[in-house]
Ligand binder design. Structure first.
Ligand code: BDR
Ligand code: CA
Length: 351
């Protein structure tokens, strides 16, 4: 069996193959059946592309989408998630509305990037079903408490929903296989010089999640700024010529026009989470301890990444006294491979 990128699993299956000094390519995990997945998101253009890829993949069994306030207020993020499900013909996937604001701070949104609706630039259908009656936090608790097979969480938004679920019922950790989070930066921010949007928006929630001891893979800005949407990428997506690809191209054209002039394209943050789950070999990373700044106004929401030492033939050393497992922090992406994967999934159901 191929090794998982989850360190616990690695410890189990790689007894005779010690940790490499630095993990340069994440190994490919191939489970027997579809991976049970919950997507916690705030659509948002890049969340929308992530949902398109995930919901068009036969490799996932998407148990639900949990929406949170982030790029736009909650009433829009949950509505946008349902509109995307309708577009994708995935009315079978329930959408749960979660927390309408961060734990302690006032809501910060990002309409300047995603537009007033969160999905400006494209025509989407009306939802095919109502938002679920159950609160997203209670859905997370119920599913994770009862899971016969551990569930993977793809988190592409402020981490408020997961933090509240962990505060209410810490034992749900047993039902989680892995949490893959888009957020933070090793050496950069996009809201302040040191803080990225998802962690800046709810730093206290991020701190709860990173102090939980869950197996976490972090997809920071350092990776997503390698996956840049250019006009050529948009043209290739539009050329697929189906309703989903047309919406994707329209959304990305709007999103691209909002980009920072310093970059050669618009960073496609959230789809990297799904791409990593489908093709971990497209990414490189290293084990680290990640702490979130919640005290200083100047550096609020900063992710402080401290590499763990990796003795040859041994296990990663260091880490906090509580013995938390290291976070897998990604730092490289094969952008061409990621876009190939996205294109293949926008063309219809992909493996
Ligand atoms: C993150 O912030 C949001 O605007 C995007 O959807 C992404 O999740 C990037 O910093
Ligand atoms: Ca997002």
């Amino acid at each position: 069996m191929a090794c998982s990128t989850n360190y616990a699993a690695k410890r189990g299956c790689c007894a005779s193959a010690p940790f490499p000094a630095i993990i340069q390519r994440m190994s490919t995990y191939k489970p027997a059946g579809p991976v049970p997945l919950i997507i916690d998101c705030d659509p948002g253009v890049d969340d929308a592309i992530a949902l398109m890829v995930a919901l068009n993949s036969s490799r996932f069994s998407v148990l639900g989408i949990t929406a949170v306030a982030g790029n736009v207020p909650l009433r829009l993020t949950e509505y946008n998630a349902r509109r995307l499900c309708a577009l994708l013909g995935r009315g079978d996937v329930p959408v749960f509305a979660g927390c309408p604001r961060p734990l302690l701070h006032n809501l910060v949104t990002a309409e300047e990037i995603h537009g007033a609706t969160g999905l400006d630039g494209a025509e989407l259908p009306e939802p095919a079903r109502d938002v679920a009656a159950q609160h997203a936090v209670s859905f997370l608790i119920d599913v994770l408490s009862a899971a016969s097979e551990p569930v993977t969480l793809a988190c592409t938004a402020p981490l408020t929903n997961l933090a509240v679920a962990l505060i209410q019922r810490p034992e749900i950790a047993a039902g989680i296989r892995e949490v893959v989070i888009m957020g933070g930066g090793i050496n950069r921010g996009n809201i302040t010089p040191v803080a990225e949007f998802n962690f800046y928006a709810d730093p206290h929630a991020a701190r709860v999640v990173f102090e939980s001891g869950l197996p976490i893979t972090l997809v920071p800005l350092d990776v997503t700024h390698q996956v840049l949407v250019t006009n050529d990428v948009i043209a290739s997506i539009r050329a697929i010529g189906n309703p989903v690809s047309r919406v994707a191209a329209d959304l990305l054209a709007y999103y691209g026009s909002m980009r920072r002039p310093a970059l050669a394209g618009a960073p496609l943050h959230d789809p990297c989470v799904i791409a990593y789950l489908l093709r971990p070999d497209l990414f490189g990373g290293f084990p680290a301890d990640v702490s979130i700044e919640t005290d200083s106004a100047l550096t609020m929401g900063q992710s402080v990444v401290k590499r763990r030492r990796m003795p040859e033939g041994g296990r990663p050393e260091g880490g906090p006294p509580e013995g938390r497992p290291p976070v897998t922090v990604l730092d490289t992406a094969d952008a061409g491979g990621v876009f190939e994967l996205i294109l293949s999934h926008l063309g219809g159901v992909g493996a």
